[in-house]
Design a binder for this molecule. Structure first.
Ligand SMILES: Cc1cc2nc3c(=O)[nH]c(=O)nc-3n(C[C@H](O)[C@H](O)[C@H](O)COP(=O)(O)OP(=O)(O)OC[C@H]3O[C@@H](n4cnc5c(N)ncnc54)[C@H](O)[C@@H]3O)c2cc1C
Length: 408
């Protein structure tokens, strides 16, 4: 067996139709075929696998390293459908639909997968220090946003969130906002997909698209060729790289982010936020595993995952200014990841018209966890023949970039 190449079954022992070890050798013996191959085992690829498998589709997911080993393991896991500033109406709509869908799917996916996703709905607080901060905030909100948050004045803030700084002028509270454990969610999707018959291969190197004049034929990898009718590229940050093999330019712009995790001892539990703080300079997210995550820095153009003292210092300065009791927390760890952004801020979701059978689902920037459920559903609809126009997502079409290039 090629080093690093293994089926997920080996690790979890819970995968009825995972690819058996005998099929992953130094070469694949015989032809490995699936109706649809998904390349990339992040939250997006796994959500699509789960949705397709739910519809009884024959799916093979291929990951070059390990499931949830990319950007998905770095996220804070906020499902900030109302709090985010979406500049495009379609994204505002999809964000809300996705959050709802995740809540609806939760029980089913958890019971199929045996994974607890840590989905919590305690709402998000956006605090302000002065009236002018509130009016700036209102002016900057996009007209695409249809949310109507509750306004808490200084007294209400103290009653509802006594752990916040007493100097706070007021805050918006959005009760529908939720958050989740991102790695658990990704694992839950993939294991549920496997429970429904999807096959998953990790550690498969050198994946290349296999395309001829008739369109996509599958993929070529270091362990052999795998054939399929459809290939969905869900490789996040590496989406651009893989699509270049198909002669399509879909730029992905990296934006690094750092996060720190802390813990409050029972003695200081009164200082622990019990709702997410979603401020301009920081978010503070109480997680289902008892930790509190502080995020995140934003460093465009950076692809490394080193954590800088400067970054963490910035997070702690902002965190203690909103939640003074944060000083009593214990530092646990810090990490960094790289968000896959795009030039127009929209993900590439849809079919590549010039290459029959080729589809993309990447470029979800800072909302891939939130948008995972709806992306799974949309991609499954597209594989089953619905058009982007019918789904109202033509603006997300991967062809938009290449059309622009031709026009320029
Ligand atoms: C600091 C930080 C905080 C964030 N917070 C949030 C948040 O609160 N809420 C939210 O919704 N989103 C958040 N995000 C964004 C979210 O993490 C991403 O949008 C999401 O994880 C992207 O998922 P993905 O599946 O597209 O990419 P990835 O998770 O990167 O998955 C892609 C996978 O493809 C694999 N791959 C790449 N190339 C190949 C190849 N050639 N062959 C086979 N496999 C390949 C990779 O190994 C990887 O596993 C945050 C991101 C960061 C960095």
């Amino acid at each position: 067996m090629r080093e690093g190449a293994r089926s997920i079954r080996k690790r979890s022992g819970y995968h009825p139709r995972a690819v058996s070890r005998s099929r992953i050798g130094s070469e694949i013996r015989g032809n490995l075929h699936a109706e649809t191959i998904i390349v990339g085992g992040g939250v997006i690829g796994c959500a699509i696998a789960c949705e397709l498998a739910t519809r009884g589709h024959d799916v093979l997911l291929v990951e070059r390293s390990r499931i949830a080993g990319g950007t998905s393991c770095a996220a804070a896991g906020m499902l900030a459908a109302d709090s985010e500033r979406f500049t495009h109406a379609v994204m505002a709509r999809l964000a809300k639909e996705s959050r709802e869908l995740l809540h609806k799917q939760k029980e089913r996916i958890s019971s199929l997968s045996g994974v607890e996703m840590g989905l919590q709905q305690y709402g998000f607080i956006t605090p302000f220090r002065s009236y002018s901060e509130v009016s700036n905030y209102k002016n900057n909100r996009s007209s695409n946003s249809s949310d109507e948050p509750f306004w808490w004045d200084r007294v209400s803030v103290q009653q509802e969130a006594s752990w916040l700084n007493r100097d706070i002028y007021g805050a918006y509270y959005r009760p529908s906002e939720s958050e989740i454990l991102p790695v658990n969610l990704t694992q839950a999707y993939v294991r549920a997909a496997q429970a429904m018959g999807a096959r998953v291969m990790e550690g498969v190197q050198d994946v290349r698209l296999h395309i001829d004049v008739n369109g996509v034929q599958g993929i070529r990898t270091s362990i052999g060729t795998m054939t399929s009718k459809n290939v969905i590229v869900a490789t996040g940050l590496q989406g651009e790289e893989l699509m270049r093999h198909a002669g399509l330019i879909l730029p992905v712009l990296p934006v690094k982010g750092e996060i720190a995790a802390v813990h409050f001892s029972p003695r200081h539990i009164g200082y622990r936020p019990d709702k997410t703080v979603y401020a301009d300079d920081i978010y503070i997210v109480p997680k289902a595993n008892g930790e509190v995550w502080l995020g995140a820095t934003s460093l465009p153009g950076r692809t490394d995952t080193k954590v800088s003292v400067q970054g963490i210092q910035k997070l702690f300065t902002a965190a203690t200014s909103w939640v003074p009791g944060m000083k009593e927390a214990h530092f646990l760890r810090a990490w960094a990841g790289v968000r896959p952004s795009t030039p127009d801020g929209l993900p590439y979701i849809g079919a590549c018209e010039s290459i029959p059978g080729l589809f993309t689902a990447f470029g979800h920037y800072r909302n891939g966890i939130l948008l995972s459920a709806i992306t799974g559903s949309l991609m499954a609809d597209i594989i089953y023949g619905k058009t982007s126009e019918a789904l109202g997502i033509q603006d997300l079409s991967p062809d938009r970039m290449n059309r622009k290039e031709i026009l320029q």
